[in-house]
Design a protein around this ligand. Structure first.
Ligand SMILES: [Zn+2]
Ligand SMILES: [Zn+2]
Length: 357
């Protein structure tokens, strides 16, 4: 079944996969619906959903990597290997449907799950293919494409430098940041106590140790940039915990304007004690592709980066900035933030040298 062609590209393999999905939809559409049960309807819906998402991903990703032709013509080795494998899996899957349409009888209800699993694989394969193009096109930045998308959103707000944001505006921004995060990856319970964010673009993991739920807002706000009123709203997690637990109590927003705001109030999983953690989008916006065969993403400190002459991204030509502020996990990033960029009023002006603005 396995085929490999020198002419394969991301675009040609995606087109083949899309054709398999179209075939599957056609096979079901042409079959006699009078004999259909719920399983057949679900199977058709699953195939249509997979096709829709594949198209949506394709259209959404192409502009992020210099346009459709760039994405279509990409031939990164790892992307081709992954997409060829996926094409073969789709081929085998649609082969089952072809057999079913020839032989008749009820459809195998397990195939819906196969379709959905392949849909997830295809989603990740497309994101990783785009992530590889983005990373290979960059010389200076350490951010992965997933991180860049969150970072870009944060930077857009910051550059507007609004003096005041209407009531509830900051909270909406925090939720919007999290929405972008949920588009680039997903949160999962990791082990008994930790929460992991796994980026769809680079497969890098960020681990928040001993955390009951991921807080959805910053603890307090920088007057010129962020604000929040801590609430019990939480991110969708793979392994949700009961909702009848106390919500975090507000920590007084006693800081001065201009101090970096990176904290969020959560609860430990082990003791259920209140604790300050790194607000998820702050870490996610600054993570990089894991290196050296590792699975955890490194994190760049955005406040040190700002201090060292402005943000770095792929637009920057000269790179004099040395990434000394590169942390191997969320815990060491948080330790750095606590020492170097304290967010609470205990900081003296001399200590709070790394300003957000
Ligand atoms: Zn990533
Ligand atoms: Zn720093």
């Amino acid at each position: 079944m396995s085929r490999s062609s020198a002419a394969d590209s991301v675009g040609s393999l995606l087109a083949e996969i899309a054709n398999f999905l179209v075939d599957g939809v056609r096979i079901l559409s042409l079959s006699d619906r009078r004999h259909w049960g719920q399983d057949e309807h679900e199977q058709l819906r699953a195939l249509e959903d997979a096709l829709d998402e594949a198209k949506k991903d394709f259209q959404g990703l192409a502009p992020l990597v210099n346009g459709q032709s760039h994405y279509e013509n990409d031939r990164s080795h790892d992307s081709l290997v992954a997409l060829r494998q996926l094409r073969n899996n789709f081929s085998a899957h649609i082969g089952c449907l072809k057999d079913w349409s020839r032989l008749g009888g009820p459809i195998d209800p397990a195939w819906v799950r196969d379709t959905q699993a392949l849909q997830r694989d295809l989603h990740r394969a497309q994101y990783r293919a785009a992530g590889r193009i983005f990373t290979s096109g960059q010389e200076s930045s350490t951010r992965c494409l997933g991180a860049f998308l969150v970072y870009r959103q944060q930077r857009a707000w910051r550059n507007r430098q609004e003096l005041s944001v209407e009531e509830g505006g900051y909270q909406r921004r925090h939720l919007e940041e999290l929405r972008v995060c949920n588009n680039v990856g997903s949160f999962h319970r990791h082990g008994e106590e930790d929460i992991a964010f796994i980026c769809d673009f680079c497969d890098g993991h960020l681990i928040w140790e001993d955390l009951d739920k991921m807080p959805s807002v910053r603890t307090a706000h920088d007057n010129s940039i962020w604000t929040s009123s801590p609430t019990a709203t939480t991110l969708p997690l793979a392994n949700p915990t009961p909702a009848n637990q106390p919500s975090p109590s507000p920590v007084p927003p006693a800081q001065r304007p201009g101090q970096p705001q990176w904290q969020a109030t959560g609860f430990s999983k082990s003791q259920y004690e209140q604790k300050q953690v790194v607000f998820a989008p702050v870490a996610i916006a600054n993570h990089s592709v894991p290196i050296g065969g590792g699975w955890q993403s490194f994190i760049t400190c955005p406040f040190c980066e700002d201090e060292a002459d402005g943000p770095r991204d792929k637009d920057d030509e000269e790179d004099v900035w040395q990434p000394e502020g590169l942390f191997e996990d969320v815990a060491s990033f948080q330790e750095h933030l606590e020492w170097q960029h304290p967010a609470l009023s205990a900081a003296t002006p001399a200590e709070s040298t790394c300003l957000v603005m």
